[in-house]
Write a protein that binds this ligand. Structure first.
Ligand code: PMP
Length: 461
């Protein structure tokens, strides 16, 4: 036993050393990481992960909001292996196509809102939003309105890490690095009632936040606005769910002005809300939907843009060449993984189960945590939720960021065998859609232990 442990420790040490020497991690303070050492995850099954030391962790984040069907799906492995043998790669440029990408485009069109029947494939969510930016501008050029170039987005939105993605996003920490946003992208306030509601009711605040869109359209000039982009609920920004009045008011504004609407469903797509797409959940009619993550459950990288008939008719018919595309657009192996992933979701009726059973159970169990002295608000929908940690519940007063409450709680979760992400002092949950009642109970029990540890920690501050 001791020998096995020593061997595991040696393996971890050597991996951590090599990691420190050669691996630049995304969204990471490399110096801080080198001091702490990386957590090396080695294998996974169902909703569980194991690190190199053999510690078992319940994955409350589905990897990075993406492993919707859970880990260890042999049928996806088989589909990928078979496709690799038959046709590991071919492009979809130059008059070429291949069966998996054709079949996947057709399948996604059948699942998407009725007015959306085309897909442009990419390798990630970021590439998809780059595609959106180019496609909406191209659309308006072809419509004879070349001045319509500006995209309106929102503060604290996340739309990816490429130059266009980070510009469309509203993360100030990202804009500070590399002179972003690029020209032609502007931002309005986010619908974050808990943090920015300023004493208004959620309903009044939701209306006010939505009306910022109309104000911005008038300020920039309708003739200069190409599109509005938004996540149905902000994910990386802290699972911010707009008040009930927000989307209806945005819909009213979108109907009034001639601009396109891009709904970024990289997190919400493929079942997370208990519908295939959150467009259905919130009754929205986007012109373009950004997809990635749950499209393949993260087994292999893939993204795309679902395109409405209104936009596709112009891009496909009046366009000549749309000078845009990626080597891996519609990659056959990724398409095979996506098709099998979708087949599993359908066969196991995962979305129906989320809607009628597991999501209501998860949300009601999580609401119990709202009683905890550290918790200011628990909010969520479908299989996604946030727990806001605050210094004073009554005053909704945040902790000083130097206290590092969210990071402490995240580490405490790991100690108790649970992965929850922290966004500032907000704890985030977005588990695989396969999570059962027992596993939800385990998640809540472990989260409670971590909250208790965190409470003890802040008392000593
Ligand atoms: N849009 C949203 C809403 C996202 O959450 C993300 C990733 N978290 C992206 C775009 C970017 O996707 P990717 O990391 O695959 O480029």
């Amino acid at each position: 036993m001791q020998d096995a442990l020593t061997q595991q420790q040696q393996k971890l040490d050597s991996l951590q050393t090599a990691d420190k020497q050669h691996f630049i991690h995304p969204f990471t303070d490399s110096k801080g990481l080198a001091e702490k050492g990386t957590r090396v995850i080695e294998r996974a099954e169902g909703v569980y992960l194991w690190d190199v030391m053999g510690h078992k962790l319940l994955d409350g984040m589905a990897g990075l909001w993406c492993v919707n069907v859970g880990y260890g799906r042999q049928s996806i492995v088989d589909a990928v292996a078979k496709q690799m043998q038959q046709l590991p790669f071919y492009n979809s440029f130059f008059q070429c196509s291949h069966p998996p990408a054709i079949e996947l485009a057709q399948k996604i069109a059948s699942l998407a809102p009725k007015h959306m029947n085309n897909v442009f494939f990419t390798g990630s969510g970021s590439e998809s939003n780059d595609t959106n930016l180019r496609m909406v501008r191209r659309y308006w050029d072809l419509k004879g309105k070349p001045s319509k170039k500006t995209i309106i987005s929102r503060d604290n939105a996340y739309h990816g890490s490429t130059v266009a993605g980070a510009s469309l996003g509203g993360m100030s920490g990202m804009h500070e690095q590399g002179d972003l946003p690029i020209p032609g992208v502007v931002h309005i306030a986010q619908p974050y009632w808990y943090g920015e509601g300023n004493g208004l009711s959620p309903e009044a605040f939701g209306l006010q936040a939505a009306q910022a869109l109309e104000t911005k359209i008038l300020e920039v000039g309708e003739d200069n606005v190409a599109a509005f982009i938004a996540e149905p609920f902000q994910g990386a920004g802290g699972v911010i769910i707009p008040p009930s009045t927000y989307w209806p008011e945005i819909k009213r504004i979108l109907a009034k002005y001639d601009i396109l609407f891009i709904l970024d469903e990289v997190i919400s797509g493929f079942g997370r809300t208990g519908k295939w797409f959150a467009a259905e959940y919130f009754d929205l009619q986007p012109d373009l939907i950004t997809i990635a993550k749950g499209m393949t459950s993260g087994y292999v990288p893939m993204g795309g843009v679902i395109v409405s008939d209104k936009v596709a008719d112009v891009i496909k018919q009046d366009c000549g060449e749309f000078t845009h595309g990626f080597t891996y657009s519609g990659h056959p192996v990724a398409a095979a993984a996506a098709l099998e992933n979708i087949r599993i979701i359908e066969q196991e009726q995962l979305i129906e189960r989320v809607e009628s059973d597991t999501a209501p159970y998860l949300q009601s169990r999580l609401q119990e945590l709202a009683e905890h002295p550290l918790v200011g608000e628990v909010r969520g929908l479908g299989m996604v939720a946030a727990i806001e940690l605050v210094k004073d519940k009554e005053l909704k007063q945040a902790f000083d960021s130097a206290v590092g409450v969210g990071t402490f709680c995240r580490d405490a979760c790991i100690k108790h065998g649970l992965v929850m992400r922290s966004v500032g002092d907000t704890m985030i949950i977005s588990p695989p859609l396969t999570m059962t009642h027992n596993e939800i109970d385990e998640l809540v029990a472990k989260a409670t232990l971590a909250l208790n540890d965190t409470y003890e920690y802040v008392q000593g501050q």
